[in-house]
Structures are given as C-alpha cells and as structure tokens.
Design a binder for this molecule. Sequence first.
Ligand code: ZN
Length: 134
Amino acid sequence: MKISHIEHIGIAVKSIEDSLPYYEKLLGLKCYNIETVEDQKVRTAFLKVGDVKLELLEPTSPDSSIAKFIEKHGEGMHHLAYCVEDGVVNALDEAEQAGIQLIDKAPRAGAEHLHIAFLHPKTTKGILTELCEH
Ligand code: ZN
C-alpha cells in the first residue's frame, strides 16, 4: 500500500455538544464541520490539529456501531484513518491477499466526501483501521 498520511483519528463520544468545550476551549482546536452520516448512524464533528483531523463520532441510534462501542469500551479512541494514494479498492485487494479481515469489501461513502473502508481490528494489531481517499 502507499499511505500518504494519517487522514484523521476517530474518537467515540456520547455527545458532540458535551465534548466540544474540551477540544475547543481547553485544547484551542476549532470545529469546522459537523455532519450526519445516515448509513453509519453517526453524527461527526471535525477538528483540525495541524494536518491531521480529529473526527468525533456521536451515535444517532442505539443500534449504531458507535453506540455499541461506547457500551463496551466507554468513550475514547475508536479508529485510525490512513489516506491511501493508490485508491481504496487496490488497498482492500492488497489487505485481503495479506489475510486481513475486511469489514467493507468495497469502498463506501464516508463523511467529508471520502471513500472509505474499514479493516477488522482482530487482524490489524488491535486498531480498527480505516482506509480512505478523496
Ligand atoms: Zn473515520
């Protein structure tokens, strides 16, 4: 794979409104976008830290995977997203051939007009890994 940079770090939160004061007032970061991703049942808030973004993920339904994650682990770091230069389709191919368990067999639409796909943490050394391209 050809990874250019870390696109963002996903953080599961119970409430974006309750979380933003910490990031904005204390850390001095700026939230520049909030959007809902219907098919993932999440509301996302983006903040910039240099070239990297933080993606706060708030569940919009109790059966959202983020709701289940919070139930199990509490709030906290949820996933790491890498930007792949040679495309998500190629990266998924390569991962599958290497025996990585794919959560998404094909790229789907994520927040911020990204094409994204997830790799299962069981096969990625414990990190839920998102591959994305613009
Ligand atoms: Zn993400």
